[in-house]
Design a protein around this ligand. Structure first.
Ligand code: ADP
Length: 538
């Protein structure tokens, strides 16, 4: 049947125009490196994003060209988030926590043409400048100092525009953004997002049963704008008109708590390590910061220990757990409770909230193991495979033949999961982190979360070490809270009360700290390297 609905493209200018028309007075707040506050409105943001779009066009940026950013979270980054896509170009967010050599590899691999960089990050750029071929470097002067030769000032660049600008025609399947995986388990791989994927993802993520974000929200993304599109939150904020608070470079507990209180933030988002630090500060001085009661903390990127959810509840703040991947734009599940939830006993409620949540609409999931497709029974483990309108179907210029997609069009997440009858996904491990003991799997994530629930333990990571009889056995690396004392035997007993005997780690190593990746996850490759010759007592 013909003659139905208009063929109207799902592209980012639609979101920018909507915001410009409807949210003019709404606020966007950014904290600069010197901790002073930059405050402007959506009307300013809209005008400047369009000026930047025009200036980039005048400067020769063509559809499909990559405009890289090396920036903290702030207003100018948001301007580029929209300006580049709105002329058909591609914003490529660089991860400033990577080694300069790795950033250079990524810039070259993505073939970035222009770079927009924070002045405070120029020293980082200068460490890899000679390894890359960037045509123009535009600098956002957050600190306001002088500019060395070879750099252009962002404000002067905006002034090259006149305000007379029309969007070019953009196909919704054209790329609008690019991000490399953080390389937790291998060399970073580039993912290009289409306008359609980002727009549909944005609509889905805002929905009440996903993240429930509306214009009533005051949103502070701690998750960097270079980490998987800040989990879609920058686009969601602009689509809904939520007030946005950008933290800039100061991401320690004290500074974040101050900003959360000053701006009366209602929702914030980041990886578990950020919240562990915040929790400690709040528990030490519960009355120091005047936070919004019931403030929501969106936690993802790595498994959220159940103890973290409980302890934030005790303080009056609500953790919402979600799961995603760079390859998925990135959100795949959300843990918003169902109506049936209220009837469950407290322990079951926490057990469910520590799972990663239920799939978003249009994210198809299946669990595959040696026996084929596993039932959704909450017990049978297997690899999670996904497909949907915001899931990548290839990597950008892959160096090796792609092995991440099945012949029938599903993406291998590399995560081992169970899904229960209600659709709650539980990540038991990454395929590469699973411990295979005597042919059976032990979940390192479950052990870590249990250990981190012990009052004396700050952080815990569990890895496999070689064993003559069992091939692999778990070794727990544990960081103890300041001023606390506990023994390996006590921790092993603590675990034995909660798990079957053969899951109990054979040894506990007390370490100064757990190494983290550039996006705040446990860097288990480093621990495996450190303990590669570890001898377990038989
Ligand atoms: P990288 O693969 O380099 O770490 P990503 O940030 O894309 O880059 O990581 C995605 C992976 O992070 C997922 O496949 C999963 O293993 C892990 N992950 C993300 N969110 C969660 C979560 N809520 N719980 C457990 N693991 C998570």
């Amino acid at each position: 049947m013909r003659g139905t609905i208009m063929d109207y493209p799902l592209t980012l200018p639609g979101i920018l125009e909507h915001a410009g028309r409807l949210f003019g007075p709404h606020e966007i707040v950014s904290r600069r490196p010197d901790k002073s506050i930059h405050r402007y409105t959506y009307a300013d943001f809209y005008r400047r994003a369009r000026l930047l779009a025009e200036a980039l066009t005048k400067a020769g940026i063509e559809p499909g060209d990559r405009v890289a950013t090396l920036m903290w979270n702030h207003y100018a980054h948001l301007e580029i988030y929209f300006a580049a896509p709105c002329i058909g170009a591609v914003i490529h967010t660089l991860n400033l926590r990577l080694h300069p050599d790795d950033i250079a590899y990524i810039v070259n691999h993505a073939e970035d043409r222009y770079l927009i960089v924070d002045d405070v990050l120029l020293p980082l750029y200068e460490q890899f400048r000679d390894q890359v071929d960037i045509e123009r470097v535009v600098v956002v002067r957050l600190d306001g100092g002088d500019l060395a030769e070879g750099y252009e000032d962002y404000e002067a660049f905006l002034e090259t525009a006149t305000g007379d600008f029309d969007y070019p025609a953009i196909d919704e399947y054209d790329a609008c953004g690019m991000c490399y995986t953080s390389g937790t388990t291998g060399r970073p791989k580039g993912v290009a997002y289409s306008h359609r994927a980002v727009v549909v993802h944005t609509l889905a993520v805002a929905a009440p049963d996903v993240f429930d974000i509306s214009m009533k929200e005051t949103l502070l993304p701690v998750v960097p704008m270079f980490h998987a599109n800040a989990w879609g939150l920058a686009y969601v904020a602009v689509m809904t008109g939520a007030k946005i608070v950008f933290p800039g470079p100061h991401l320690d507990a004290e500074n974040l708590l101050g900003l959360l209180a000053d701006e009366q933030v209602t929702m914030t988002a980041g990886v578990p390590t950020v919240w562990l630090a915040l929790l400690q500060a709040l528990q030490k001085e519960p009355d120091r910061w005047d936070l919004v009661p019931g403030m929501r903390l969106l936690v993802g990127g790595a498994a959220c220990p159940e103890s973290l959810i409980r302890e934030f509840d005790d303080l009056g703040y609500t953790v919402l757990h979600a799961w995603g991947m760079t390859e998925m734009t990135p959100v795949g599940t959300s843990g918003i409770p169902t109506p049936a939830f209220a009837d469950l006993d407290e322990d079951t409620q926490y057990e469910i909230r520590a799972k990663q949540g239920r799939p978003l609409p249009f994210v198809d999931m299946r669990v595959i193991n040696d026996d084929g497709e596993a039932p959704w029974d909450g017990e049978t483990m297997g690899e999670l495979q996904v497909r949907g309108p915001w899931i990548a179907d290839s990597y950008h210029n892959p160096e090796e033949p792609p092995t991440s997609w099945t012949n029938d069009g599903w993406f291998h997440t590399g995560d081992v999961v169970t899904i229960d009858a209600d659709g709650y996904v539980k990540i038991t491990d990454r395929t590469k982190d699973l411990i295979k003991s005597g042919g059976e799997w032990i979940s390192s994530v479950d052990l870590e979360n249990a250990l981190m629930g012990h009052p004396d333990v700050r952080e815990a990571a569990v890895i496999a070490v070689a064993h003559e009889k069992w091939q692999e056995r778990p070794l727990a690396c544990v960081v103890i809270e300041d001023g606390k004392e506990t023994t390996a035997e006590q921790l092993q007993e603590f675990i034995a009360e909660r798990f079957v005997k053969w899951w109990v780690p054979d040894a506990i190593e007390f370490v100064e700290e757990i190494p983290h990746t550039s996006t705040g996850k446990f860097l288990k490759t480093a621990l495996r390297e450190r303990f590669k010759d570890y001898k377990l007592e038989s």
